[in-house]
Ligand binder design. Sequence first.
Ligand code: SME
Length: 156
Amino acid sequence: MLDSVGAGEDVLEELRALLAGEPDPVANAANTAALLYARLPRLNWVGFYFLQGETLVLGPFQGQPACTRIPLGRGVCGTAAARNETLVVPDVHAFDGHIACDSASLSEIVVPFAVAGRLAGVLDVDSPEHGRFGPADQVLLEAAAGIYAKSCVLPP
Ligand code: SME
């Protein structure tokens, strides 16, 4: 998707600058979702789910309205969170248990993130294109989720 690794680095620099000095997790999730949605091509949904107990609860996002609660282990988001690892799904219809929020979504990547050492939620990104997310996207979105997670903890 990215023309070069440099293009991804520009987005990450922009994200660092956008979140600098602001610890509010909702405000920073909103700006992270908005920036990624504006800068990365061929996406139809970018947003956050925050872990509350055993459930992922919808947070700030860009795109069509989405399902509000996803139990751990359900769908792409719940599976990524339960495994605490990034899931790249080139064809969501081939993923057993995929939860269809926007029928336009054909591929998806879900990146779990931790705050203060504990799983805190996932960054979910959908595309209307099959096989939209490759290794460079995974690196970029894992870095973006890490920048977001770090922003929620003020330095001492
Ligand atoms: N497709 C996700 C649900 C969230 S929406 O894509 C925004 C899933 O299967 O977990």
